[in-house]
Design a protein around this ligand. Sequence first.
Ligand code: SF4
Length: 151
Amino acid sequence: MMIRANKREEVLTSTSMWMCTSCYNCIARCPRGLPITHIMHGLATYAKRLNLVPKEQPTAKFAQLMWDNLTKKGRTNELKLGLSLYFMNGIGEGIKKSLAMKDIGLGMMKTGRLSPMEFFGGHGVKDTSGLKKMLAKAQEIEEQHIAGYKG
Ligand code: SF4
């Protein structure tokens, strides 16, 4: 309704689209078949592109950390992702969170779900240059779409 009412600024600076968990319930249930999840993601991407994301939006920070982590080697480095999340608001908070989660982390290491060796590299796809090319191509296609909309 706000988009229809041309409340562009209010929509793009709101936190609503950052709360979407991508559960796809809305797409599965919408009687009109509207791609609401995609609209949410599109609004979030657009707000980020225009630098309109509310400053302390944790989901936006997480999305960026996840993207940076994943695109380095094509696979998530869970140890580094976890640590970057704990430390995203500073060293003090990072140490507190790490200590609070240490038993879970140690348990994961014992069962082989997390390896300290991930800190020194971790898994990745074999063809990282192919991965970079694919991401660059996706970016190029996205830019073409955006140019088409502006067009
Ligand atoms: S907007 Fe749709 S996909 Fe996102 S959380 Fe709500 S129901 Fe789930």
